[in-house]
Design a protein around this ligand. Structure first.
Ligand code: NI
Length: 186
């Protein structure tokens, strides 16, 4: 197992547009992806983008619940509907901070695999959220930049109750299907 240091908000790499990967089958990317998966699991995250470990390239990984980790190169997405849902997000590059972020609920994602195969798939709910969060990292965007109400952004132990109340008021089935909220950092 190889753990990589995760860089934090303030490091300029997190604000850069990452480079496209031109040779997906190069062994360096499979090694990077493996190390990123180890690093993500060790940090109790559900997703990680290469810029977060200081590599400004377009590679993301994520793992939803017990499914196999997914590795996507040069990913991009488009919305499949206008449905937006708000939920708590965190980020391994912003430890202890949480906020309510609006994201599209249904997206279609396209990417390359490590075998240089093109994949196209639909994603919803938490998976859609993680993909949008990680793809943001490839464009130098952190989740707090989507938050328009600063009262909904802060340290987890301070705003947990406020955020919970807000979500429960506004959405009928707010966070149940998201499992352990405190682990949803990516
Ligand atoms: Ni993140």
């Amino acid at each position: 197992m190889s753990l990589l240091p995760i860089i934090k908000m303030g490091n300029p790499i997190l604000y850069q547009k990452a480079e496209a990967i031109t040779k997906p089958q190069s062994p360096q990317w499979s090694k990077l992806a493996r190390d990123m998966i180890d690093t993500m699991k060790n940090a109790n995250g559900i997703g990680l983008a290469a810029p977060q470990i200081g590599k400004s390239v377009r590679l993301i990984i994520y793992q939803i619940e017990e499914k196999e980790p997914r590795i996507l190169l040069n990913p991009h997405w488009e919305k499949k509907s206008d449905d937006i849902f708000e939920a708590i997000e965190g980020c391994l590059s912003m430890p202890s901070l949480r906020g309510i972020v609006p994201r599209y609920n249904h997206i279609q994602c396209q990417a390359l695999t490590l075998q240089n195969e093109k994949v196209t798939f639909n994603a919803a709910d938490l998976e859609a959220r993680v993909i949008q969060h990680e793809c943001d990292h490839l464009d130098g965007i952190l989740f707090f930049q989507h938050i328009t109400d600063s009262a909904l952004f802060g340290f987890e132990d301070e705003i947990e109750t406020l955020i919970k109340d807000k979500i429960e008021q506004e959405t009928p089935n707010p966070i149940d299907h998201h499992g352990k909220r405190t682990n949803e950092i990516s």
